[in-house]
Design a protein around this ligand. Structure first.
Ligand code: ADP
Ligand code: MG
Length: 485
């Protein structure tokens, strides 16, 4: 990021990105815009940069207008966007030495995404599961036909969540609910929405089943607008008339009245023997904006976490994506070494995998050139996690954190629960998670044999605090710097 940019510029840029994300949708945004950077604002001109020439031409020919209007919504003086390619120096070390010649230039014509549709734009599938119309009539959030059980790849990190979702989707009216509510949590891009929509499609394909999928935002919005139109009762009737309620991204549920309504709906559905399925980015106990009674009700069913996608699972997902894409683009051929390169180097997030394949597909469609390892390295390098410069050891983190807070390393590993030890311990766990590649269970073991959920709780706690507490944020930055020296 550029040092001469003011905080106001950066804030404005963040708002422009948020607008852009809302306009083009998550999948398109993550394919093309995640690593776009603001270089400067001069008079009526905004300068932005991206990592490759291909990205630049693609954005220029497809999204130039959008980017400009999003800027103008923030600042009406802006009339021009200049898009440049960042020079080798600022790119991740692995790819920096490569010549910057264009891999392929975006010329014209629509290129379809890896699933045979334009990236991020859900299209009706050829054999769309039954009765999407009814779901819409109930006011459900839009469903993507690609997100179904058949396209979900099962591995160790998600098999439990998958099995529970399947079980829940197969329950008939009047049968006993085994897991109610079913609560699935995981970080971004790990397949929560995919599983929840799968439950919805599968449930609605059954003759006497009514499954409603709502994002928490849609739930709030529907309820608030029903209140305004004074037909909240009708809205409640709709909710009570369904037999499976699926709520995505519950961490966004806010507001006293909608919370109360959600709590009421949850209780009455569960008590009436209806299934509730919920996804969020954290465990129930960490849903700070949700009130205590709802949290404990949610925690009272089955709570499952989807872990990060391991390399093997990433490879399987890529393979199945390529196979799906080939149904529409038979010439799309990604050699196995390229797939293993992507599986190895692109982060554990399913969205980045999709983004990487979308770019290769766009390249292949535009130029007809074969997809080589070199081309892949060049095109996806900004999605590649930069290599760790230095291996940081957990012991060292414990030592430095203990010293900083004037406790002993033994205190951090002990079971003492006094505040002067608990917070430093949480900070050390957090640093172990963000600065090393160790898994949560492994970190737990190294902290006196604690459970991985304790580590997860610590990490989330600190992440949350850092957002509100600049003193703590600065302390953590200082600790990080010491460790990385
Ligand atoms: P979340 O809702 O957890 O943020 P999504 O369900 O939107 O994540 O998943 C992000 C992308 O990764 C989607 O394109 C999804 O289809 C894909 N994905 C994630 N997990 C899997 C999986 N196990 N099998 C196939 N695709 C997956
Ligand atoms: Mg999601």
């Amino acid at each position: 990021m550029n040092s001469h940019l003011s905080q106001t510029d950066l804030d404005r840029w963040n708002r422009v990105k948020a607008r852009l994300r809302a306009e083009v949708g998550e999948a398109v945004f993550s394919s093309w815009f995640t690593r776009m950077e603001l270089e400067g604002i001069e008079g009526d001109t905004v300068r932005l940069s991206v990592a490759t020439r291909f990205l630049r031409s693609w954005i220029q020919s497809h999204y130039a207008e959008k980017v400009l209007t999003c800027w103008q919504a923030e600042d009406s003086d802006i009339t021009r966007i200049v898009l440049t390619v960042r020079t080798g120096l600022r790119q991740p070390a692995a790819a920096a030495a490569k010549p910057a010649e264009p891999a392929c230039e975006a010329k014209a014509g629509a290129v379809n995404g890896v699933n045979g549709v334009e990236p991020g734009r859900p299209q009706p599938a050829a054999q769309a599961p039954a009765r999407p119309g009814m779901h819409e009539a109930l006011g459900g959030s839009p469903l993507d036909p690609r997100l179904n059980f058949e396209t979900f790849v099962v591995g160790r990190s998600n098999e439990l969540a998958y099995a529970a979702a399947r079980q829940v989707a197969g329950v008939r009216r009047g049968e006993t609910m085994l897991f109610n509510p079913l609560y699935i949590h995981a970080g971004v891009g790990l397949g929560k929405t995919h599983l929840l929509q799968s439950v919805t499609w599968a449930g609605n394909a059954q003759p006497d089943s009514r499954v409603l999928y709502l994002t928490a935002e849609k739930f709030m919005y529907s309820f608030v607008s029903a209140l305004r139109a004074q037909n909240a009762l009708a809205f409640k009737d709709v909710l009570r008339g369904i037999n499976v309620l699926v709520i995505d991204d519950l961490q966004f549920l806010q507001g006293k009245q909608t919370q109360a309504e959600f709590s009421h709906t949850l209780n009455s559905l569960i008590d009436a023997g209806r299934q509730v399925v919920v996804a969020a980015d954290r465990p129930p106990a960490d849903l700070e904006t949700v009130d205590e009674r709802v949290r404990s009700r949610l925690a009272g069913g089955l709570v499952v976490e989807i872990g990060s996608l391991g390399e093997e699972l990433r490879l399987q997902i890529l393979n199945s994506r390529v196979a799906a894409a080939r149904a529409h683009h038979p010439q799309f051929d990604v050699p196995p070494p390229v797939l293993s390169f992507i599986a190895k180097s692109v982060t554990h997030n399913g969205r980045d995998l999709e983004g990487a394949l979308n770019r290769l597909l766009a390249c292949s469609k535009l130029t007809g050139a074969p997809i080589t390892l070199e081309l892949a390295e060049r095109e996806v390098r900004d999605l590649v996690r930069p290599p760790d410069n230095k291996k940081i050891k957990i012991e060292e983190i414990q030592r430095i954190v203990a010293r900083h807070y004037n406790v002993s390393r033994g205190d951090l590993l002990s079971s003492r629960r006094t505040a002067n030890v608990v917070r430093p311990r949480q900070i050390a766990m957090y640093l172990a998670k963000v600065l090393t590649l160790r898994s949560l269970p492994e970190i737990g073991r190294r902290f006196g044999g604690r459970d991985h959920t304790t580590v997860l709780h610590a990490v989330r706690k600190i992440e949350h605090l850092v957002g509100n507490d600049t003193t703590l944020a600065n302390e953590i930055e200082t600790l990080k710097r010491q460790l990385q020296e």
